[in-house]
Design a protein around this ligand. Structure first.
Ligand SMILES: Nc1ncnc2c1ncn2[C@@H]1O[C@H](COP(=O)(O)OP(=O)(O)OP(=O)(O)O)[C@@H](O)[C@H]1O
Length: 450
């Protein structure tokens, strides 16, 4: 008797549960008699409680549930359509002690499914918009056309970089500060098949080492105090399918070097405080102004990581080793202010300087000179005095024979004119003093822009 009560109680209990479920449920016993339907079933299919106690096939022609009793097969996503309703049905046998005692059918209104799929579509669009916004925030703006220079050393670096664009191999760019390493990295990304995706630059020297790990790899929920509620993706994840530019890689702490190596080898990462692994597809371009071989030699940089990164090596030459590029670089910098012209003497001073800050320093110097100029002719006086002083010192060593002859000629003529005077009489005397005819003097004044 007690058992009966508990059985009844249990049946009531399951019925109550079925009533709470948001999907339609119909249960038949092993004789195909309908034993239960819930209100949601009525709502979705229009079938009312009258069906209970009756054979299903008699009331629902074409019902596949009796088939489930026989073949014990689970059927998922069966489409049903009546005059005014559409729904999807999942069916399964109910097996107790290895014996089929009935079958259950669970259905979902297609309008409901529709709503969900519309919502999913909306969310997907949202994700795409956010993705493209993020890509724009991490956009590389430079291309190979922006790299100015005709010297052999620059041409060689560009040629290697262009070839690197055709693959996804890691690239290691070395060169002094301000030589254009990031310009090269951006150009490679923009010419590669990843150009539509994010270019994410990280300066490994600028981020405190305690933060660098979570910046790069992200963190999971509650990884540390002040962590965002749902965790945060790291820059590796942001750069997924794009390029991660690890600037100043030589300054990366060694504990992180080990983790970076693991991520590069396995192409998977674990956010800080998480155990779940995430697949990543990121092209790495690393750069450093240090002599990285020396860092490896002194055990400041892991050798295995160095070999991982040093697949394609690009060495960007310092400006002092390609002074023939200075004029082109000045021109490209002044092109916004088309009418500004650097006098030959000013260019010569600039070419004599050693440029420890490389192109970044040259660009700043050109801006300074334009700002200081009284008119559109930029003279030596408009250049920063420390550059003129250092430049003068190096000038004689760095100029070509032709430049030296021209400079000396100018100096002689200038001296003679300032002694004899700038009027016609003075010029005649100056020509005599210099041992040339007056006509030759006029020619030279014109040729030397005096
Ligand atoms: N060949 C070039 N042609 C034109 N502009 C250049 C060239 N190389 C560098 N520049 C410019 O010089 C500046 C410095 O370049 P960039 O930041 O790429 O140098 P870097 O080597 O990455 O410097 P750092 O090591 O300090 O990060 C930028 O404004 C860049 O546009």
């Amino acid at each position: 008797m007690g058992e009966e009560i508990s059985m009844r109680h249990s049946a009531e209990w399951w019925k109550a549960v079925a009533h709470c479920i948001h999907d339609g449920i119909l249960v038949i016993d092993k004789h195909e008699i309908v034993r239960m339907i819930n209100p949601e079933y009525t709502k979705i299919t229009g079938v009312t409680q009258d069906i209970i106690g009756k054979p299903l096939s008699a009331y629902r022609r074409g019902a596949k549930l009796p088939q489930t009793l026989k073949d014990r097969k689970i059927r998922a996503g069966v489409y049903r359509k009546t005059a005014d309703r559409e729904y999807m049905v999942d069916m399964a046998p109910i097996i107790l002690d290895g014996e089929v005692v009935g079958a259950v059918s669970v259905c979902k209104s297609l309008t409901e499914v529709d709503k969900l799929s519309q919502e999913l579509k909306r969310q997907r669009e949202k994700v795409e918009t956010l993705k493209s916004r993020m890509n724009r925030a991490y956009e590389a703006k430079y291309t190979f056309e922006d790299i100015m220079g005709k010297s052999d050393k620059v041409k060689k670096a560009i040629s290697i970089a262009e070839k690197a664009s055709a693959s996804s191999f890691p690239v290691l760019i070395t060169g002094e500060s301000g030589t254009g390493k990031e310009l090269f990295a951006q150009s490679i990304h923009n010419k590669s098949e990843r150009s539509g995706r994010a270019f994410v630059p990280v300066n490994c020297a600028a981020i405190p080492s305690s933060l660098l790990e979570s910046e790069l790899f992200g963190y999971g929920e509650g990884a540390f105090t002040n962590a965002k509620k749902n965790g945060k993706p790291g820059l590796f994840e942001v750069a997924h399918e794009g390029t991660l530019f690890l600037d100043e890689i030589g300054d990366m702490p060694s504990s992180l070097q080990a983790k970076l190596l693991r991520v590069l080898q396995e192409k998977k990462l674990r956010r800080v405080g998480e155990t779940k692994e995430r697949e990543i597809d990121v092209r790495i371009i690393a750069a450093t102004h240090h002599n990285i071989e020396q860092l490896v030699h002194k055990n400041h940089f892991r050798e295995d990581l160095f070999y991982r990164l040093n697949v394609i090596r690009i060495e960007v030459p310092p400006l002092r080793e390609r002074k023939e590029d200075i004029s082109i670089l000045i021109e490209s910098q002044t092109s916004e202010f088309t009418s500004y012209i650097f006098e030959e003497e000013a260019v010569r001073v600039l070419r004599s300087y050693e440029w420890p800050g490389n192109i970044r320093e040259l660009k700043n110097t050109v801006d300074y000179a334009i700002c200081m100029a009284d008119n559109e002719q930029i003279t030596v006086e408009n250049l920063p005095s420390f550059i003129v002083k250092k430049g003068e010192k190096n000038k004689e060593e760095s100029e070509t024979l032709q430049e030296m002859i021209r400079r000396r000629e100018k100096e002689y003529i200038q001296k003679a004119l300032s002694t004899c005077g700038y009027n016609i009489e003075g010029k005649k005397k100056a020509a005599e003093l210099l041992g040339i005819s007056l006509a030759t003097l006029y020619n030279k004044l014109k040729k030397l822009n005096m």
